[in-house]
Ligand binder design. Sequence first.
Ligand code: CAO
Length: 414
Amino acid sequence: MPDTHMAPAMMVPVPDIGDIRNAKIIEILVRPGDVVAANDSLVLLETDKATLEVPAPTAGMVGEILVAAGDSVQQGTMLLTLTPQGSTPAKAPVVHAPSAVVAPPPPAAPAAPTITGGSAYAGPAVRKLAREFGLDLAQVAGSGEAGRVQAEDLHRHVQQTIARAAQPTQAASTPPPWPVIDFAKFGPVERQSLSRVRRISGPALSRNWATIPHVTNFDEADVTDLEALRQQFNARDPSGPRITMLSFLIKAMVATLRRFPNFNAALDGDELVLKQYFHIGFAADTPNGLLVPVVRDVDRKGLRDISAEIADLALQAREGRIRQPDMEGGCISISSLGGIGGLGFTPIINAPEVAILGVARAAMKPVWNGQEFAPSLMLPLSLSWDHRVVDGAEAARFLVHLSGLLGDFRQILL
Ligand code: CAO
């Protein structure tokens, strides 16, 4: 049981504040008759370096106040009298949580001042609140007289700190909430559920777009001769599977991947997995959304087989009966919109692949051949690549090499 006996009043001086000779009393935080716990702040001092709180050396009742706000004081200046309550000073603060910089003082020695930093000053309630929040008041802009920090300043500071802390997280991983709009307010609408394919591919596309640092290079390949060759092949065997431009692109892609193995790779943590096989994915447009079937071991297949396989896989995808394993294991993808149209686009990399080739519609253009403008069938190519794995120069060389092969397909034999 604590001894409730009243001990004689003690003087509370300014504790050891170093060499400071003219600390100024900013605020007296207690009044005569106040009952304080050990470590409660009694007086607020300000020096040219910091604001200091003088804590109660022991629990007790405040008697006479010996100084006034505005007085200059130094170590040893008597501040007030305190009649201790209980025979021993509190070991742990009773009312105020100890701030990180204050230890309960020994019974007889003057308590160490609490340094709250800067020249911020505030009333005891605000200081208590700041301590509870673990805040340094010097960081809080005070809106009161002479910059005094008010409770609302503290709340605003906390809100701003939380908002600031949330910002990088939001930018890095959580996008801001999708706008919620009552569209019917503006006109008649109809609602449709997203297809299963879109519900699955949507988050994957968002992840790939948001997490892979994409860069897209553009080029054109002169496919005049290649298209003539394709027509020739198809004319030779009109009943066989039609050889498509996409199958030539796949063959040229294999040759280019052999030359640039970093594109036939996948990023796995700090490692690049270099693949020694050639499975090429191709984007297939289906009524339910985009799917990416994979043609395996294209290095070992001929143009006709590849074309037939593309047609078969695309049909399965459109009819919704393609199997998941037929969409796995791709090394790089090709997205061809050439059959539809367009000048070019920036395809999204199909993670964990390193790049994706976009193919737009070939068009006849007058191309200067050194002597004259020759009508040429130019195929627009775009290559999106992961800048964590490859650099612009390598990507440009990759695309130049690919377009060179398409321009003169005989080089594939070299
Ligand atoms: N430039 C000009 N014409 C082209 C062309 C090109 N790059 N590519 C194809 N064509 C023409 C050809 O004339 C072709 O007919 P012929 O071979 O008989 O001459 C015709 O378009 C039809 O081609 P196709 O697109 O049906 O066939 P394909 O083998 O070229 O492509 C497939 C197959 C599955 C890739 C395609 O049908 C498809 O789905 N493309 C869409 C891909 C897609 O959606 N990408 C976007 C992904 S991001 O959302």
